[in-house]
Design a protein around this ligand. Structure first.
Ligand SMILES: Cc1cc2nc3c(=O)[nH]c(=O)nc-3n(C[C@H](O)[C@H](O)[C@H](O)COP(=O)(O)OP(=O)(O)OC[C@H]3O[C@@H](n4cnc5c(N)ncnc54)[C@H](O)[C@@H]3O)c2cc1C
Length: 439
């Protein structure tokens, strides 16, 4: 019997590991509830994960298959299950965050190389798109040029039926925890994700390029929470969007290239998890002010666009990309809050929280050396709201006390102009030195 170890690929459609396992014989699925991950994340994110594991189990069961759920360290759990079920081979879709690589090395050692690895978390896997002379890209535009030129990937159909397997009598499938969430969760599982993709592609994709920057997020897909757990295949999403074609589709698929680029950066530069991508920016004079951090996190800075963003995120687990950039730039460039602390707290609030994309988003917004983002471009949260929420409806919804006006209200924690000048003064000094890349 084969074992399919699902991690960030909680789906049966376009799952190369599942397809290969079933091609070579009967298979059972396994999800390991890893305390190293689960104890370090928020209740809402655990709840979202569990709901999607439960949905995957149902997807298996509908096709006559079994999905096991076990709690523990993967390098201890897998050898146990392999021995209990006399598993021939383990099949898994590769992940490439620093912890995932450490974990997978340990599992490989424990299983003496009996693991077959497959691509499928990204459209183009981390490490695959390299410069003509070899070596990773650090700037998005040339990366994206090669990304678009890469050969199309083959997609895999979901299996119709799982061949029946006889589990030992009384062998427990293991239960999926049902943790409550402090925010309403979207419908879980791949069927819901596929329906959401279909609705987005047919209704909003054609105008995506015009509507994507709205602060209220009304022009975007909101599919990120499915991509993060691999409930939806990004490869299938690209294929569906390109069938529609046009400017909206090209722009949207370009965002999935950003997702791949984020994975590629973290794969090649794991130190970006802790330090500025360009080490010069570690020298910014960070201000670890608990009061300002708390005001930022809870959406009570007195700056309407920042407060609307953080309140929406706390209340829903989602925020548009434009609003993410506004709140992150405020935290890093204007408040000079230690970016690592903000990145971590922000990720815990996101249902789509993802190491690679969040680190890239924070480092890009903070001008810390990712891509060619210029440090001297400082978003003004007032003009951002005027441009991307012109009616003030988004501000009114989340910060009623602003009356929908973008100017600071009450007693703001920072004077925006003074904060901008403070940042630019030091940033200019740091920015004059030649750029560096951490390896
Ligand atoms: C500070 C900051 C933090 C972020 N943290 C995360 C995170 O933890 N997880 C996450 O998935 N995205 C993150 N992003 C990227 C982006 O904001 C979200 O992916 C996007 O807002 C999700 O909404 P959507 O699904 O409607 O996106 P759409 O606009 O519909 O885009 C489609 C898909 O493309 C990908 N994508 C879009 N924009 C980006 C981007 N800038 N970088 C990488 N991938 C992108 C996502 O998978 C998204 O679902 C962050 C961006 C910033 C500025």
């Amino acid at each position: 019997m084969n074992l399919v170890w699902h991690r960030a690929d909680l789906r049966t459609h376009d799952n190369p590991a599942l397809a290969a396992a079933l091609q070579s014989g009967p298979a059972v699925g396994l999800v390991v509830l890893d305390p190293n991950i689960l104890s370090r994340t928020s209740a809402r994110r655990r709840a979202w994960f569990y709901r999607n594991v439960a949905a995957l189990r149902e997807a298996y069961a509908r096709r006559g298959g079994n999905l096991l759920v076990r709690f523990g360290l993967p390098w201890e759990v897998l050898p146990r299950v392999v021995a209990e079920l006399e598993v021939r081979r383990v099949f898994a879709v590769r992940n490439s965050t620093p912890y995932a690589r450490f974990r997978d090395r340990k599992v490989e050692e424990a299983l003496a190389g009996r693991v077959a690895w497959f691509h499928g978390q990204y459209v183009q896997e981390p490490g695959e798109i390299v410069k003509p002379g070899g070596g990773p890209y650090t700037v998005f535009t040339p990366y994206a040029r090669r990304w678009w030129a890469a050969p199309e990937v083959t997609l895999y159909e979901a299996p119709e039926r799982f061949p029946s397997v006889a589990l030992p009598p009384g062998y427990a499938l293991g239960s999926v925890p049902d943790e409550p969430s402090d925010v309403p969760l979207p419908p879980a599982g791949e069927e819901a994700a596929l329906r959401a993709l279909e609705a987005f592609v047919s209704e909003r994709l054609p105008l995506y390029h015009q509507a994507r920057d709205r602060l209220d997020g009304s022009g975007v897909s909101r599919l990120s929470c499915y991509f993060t757990l691999g409930v939806l295949s990004p490869r299938l999403a690209v294929q569906q969007a390109m069938r529609v074609g046009g400017e909206g589709a090209r722009k949207w698929v370009g965002e999935l290239a950003w997702r791949d680029f984020s994975g590629d950066l973290l794969h090649n530069f794991p130190l970006m998890a802790h330090s500025a991508f360009d080490p010069r920016w570690d020298a910014l004079p960070w201000v670890d002010d608990a009061e300002i951090f708390g005001a930022w996190l809870e959406g009570r800075t007195g700056i309407p666009a920042v407060d609307a963003g953080m309140r929406e995120l706390r209340a829903t687990g989602f925020l548009s990309n434009r609003a993410r950039m506004v709140v992150a730039q405020f935290a890093v460039k204007l408040a000079l809050l230690p970016w690592q602390k903000c990145e971590r707290a922000f990720r815990d609030l996101l249902l789509d929280g993802d190491n690679a994309s969040n680190l890239q988003g924070w480092q890009w917004s903070g001008g810390l050396g990712v891509d060619a983002a210029p440090y001297f471009r400082v978003f003004n949260p007032v003009t951002q709201a005027q441009t991307h929420d012109p009616s003030g409806a988004w501000l009114r919804r989340w910060v009623p006390e602003s009356w929908g006006r973008p100017e600071p209200y009450g007693r703001p924690v920072l004077d925006l102009e003074a904060a901008r000048r403070r940042y630019l003064e030091v940033a200019r000094r740091i920015g004059q030195a030649s750029p560096q890349t951490r390896t």
